[in-house]
Design a binder for this molecule. Sequence first.
Ligand code: ADP
Ligand code: TRP
Length: 325
Amino acid sequence: MNKVLSGMRPTGRLHLGHYFGALKNWVELQNKFNNQCYYMIADWHALTTEYDNVDRINENTLEMLADWISIGIDPKKSIIFKQSEVPLHSELFLILTMITPLNWLYRCPTYKEQIKEIKNKNLKNFGFLGYPILMSADILLYRANIVPVGKDQLAHLEFTREIVRRFNSFYGKMFDEPIGQITKYAKIPGIDGRKMSKSYNNSILLGEDIDVLNYKVKNMFTDPLKIRKTDKGHFSNCVVFAFLKAFDENCENLQKNCENGTISCMQCKKQLMEIISEFIKPLNKKRIYLLKNKSYLNEILKEGCQKAAIIATETIKDVRNAIKL
Ligand code: ADP
Ligand code: TRP
């Protein structure tokens, strides 16, 4: 039986990169594997980097949940829960730490990259080093075999498969090796052309105010060689085009007009503003409504945690037997 698990860290507002890179796929999977999709708010993972900035974690959690539901994650079809409310994640994490060689952690590309890039914070802590072990525990606790993630997370999936092989070789076959599933939108650009990310201040939020949205689209990077309308455009160098294509795969006409020099960048931007605002307006409405009903959101998490805990308890029982505790 197929089981899906994925998660996101409640470290800030969600943007279009999250939607195309992950959430769109989550919704499709939820419709394919009804009641077998586990979507987790990874608040312990948030602590691995935000250990000194905890004031907004709870607020971010509810905002993220409101965004998930607004874009179509359905609590009747999926199990939505918060990691720290199912404490058995920490037991499996602890057990997995016992069989994890330290060099597996030090050589992890995400660890090496972030230690190099993030200079304003001390990340040389045990929790951050152990990030992939906690992620493995999240996946294995539900025996998930499909893990929809962004491309940057694939190294953690590889790590999880290695842990599974090691666990099975020590204690007998317990887990299957999960596979990562990425979408074709592995790297949605931000308005400045770099990867859209909350750390770069270049994102379009799922709940963006429409005036702010228009301002951001106006300032998007386009092909630097197309200055006048009649200049022939190179759409592969254009952020506006990347978005138009993400929203509508069949935008060849626009592409032709850009290449032929019969449409200006401003005209393209106008079209994009309309497309994104049509997409965002209903989300905003739903999001505002949900955030006024925090007790409903908390109820969803409570129910999800109860369902998740049932499966987690079964797995931990099997794991304790396997390691003879
Ligand atoms: P951020 O870079 O904004 O902090 P996260 O690390 O919280 O984003 O990403 C959560 C998930 O969304 C990951 O699976 C990640 O790969 C995906 N994701 C984030 N930004 C993008 C993007 N610009 N394009 C595609 N996927 C993305
Ligand atoms: N590390 C993931 C991210 O930053 C979030 C996450 C935590 C996760 N646990 C997970 C994703 C388990 C998939 C499966 O996006």
